[in-house]
Design a protein. Structure first.
Length: 220
């Protein structure tokens, strides 16, 4: 394996590991398709068990947490299910989007037979509550886009993409919910301008609070 293919490890313990997932690489995939899990298995051949305990969309990079044991996978999955993991994302969105520690609450649902969702009424079949805390960091007047900090309290499919687009500020280069901007805020090779910036959780081995962050070029 070449150095170019190595995935950066940003934290690890005896039973868990956090990496900086490259944008464009799926978290997990069908046999024969490269993913974070398969690449790490080659990079860390001595590990007998390794599985992601949450997912990032293929085009989204940033902090990804994996377990080295089945027990750690269960304990970390329980933290996510109980909403005890704090997730923070950074996103460049179209237009001037001014939000000051706002709380977005919507109801979303998956569209049948499509890898796509929609904002809907809470009485619609399949509707699930989606809640996100949002703060504007800065507005780039030249490119007419805003850098947002997004902290989802729920984990719905495409939650951040749906909620930003629903407020007419789609995430740049989102091919599903908004027009792909011709000039992104930062060079991304056409990938969506969304990154998993920070993750806060408890080490499943000793209960210690762990805080991990990464800020790619263009999101400072």
């Amino acid at each position: 394996m070449t150095d170019k293919a190595l995935i950066e490890i940003v934290w690890q313990s005896r039973i868990a590991i956090a990496v900086d997932k490259p944008a464009g690489l799926p978290t997990t995939a069908a046999p024969g398709i490269e993913s974070v899990e398969t690449r790490l298995a080659k990079q860390l051949p001595d590990l007998g068990y390794l599985t992601a305990v949450h997912r990032l969309d293929r085009d989204v990079g940033g902090i990804l947490l994996l377990a080295k044991t089945k027990k750690a996978a269960r304990l970390l999955s329980e933290q996510f299910a109980a909403r005890k993991v704090r997730k923070t994302y950074l996103a460049w969105v179209d237009g001037e989007a001014i939000f000051n520690n706002d709380v977005w609450v919507d109801y979303v649902r998956k569209l049948p037979d499509q890898a796509k969702g929609e904002i809907c009424s809470e009485v619609n079949d399949g509707a699930k509550r989606a809640e996100t805390h949002v703060r504007s960091i800065r507005y780039d007047r030249e490119r007419n886009c805003t850098l947002l900090e997004l902290c989802p309290l729920t984990g719905r499919m495409h939650q951040l993409r749906l909620q930003t687009a629903g407020r007419r500020h789609p995430i740049r280069h989102d091919p599903i919910y908004g027009p792909a901007s011709l000039e992104p805020a930062a060079p991304r090779d056409g990938l969506i301008c969304l990154t998993a910036h920070r993750l806060e959780f408890r080490d499943p081995g000793n209960g210690q609070v762990i805080k991990i962050a990464t800020t790619p070029e263009g999101y400072q």
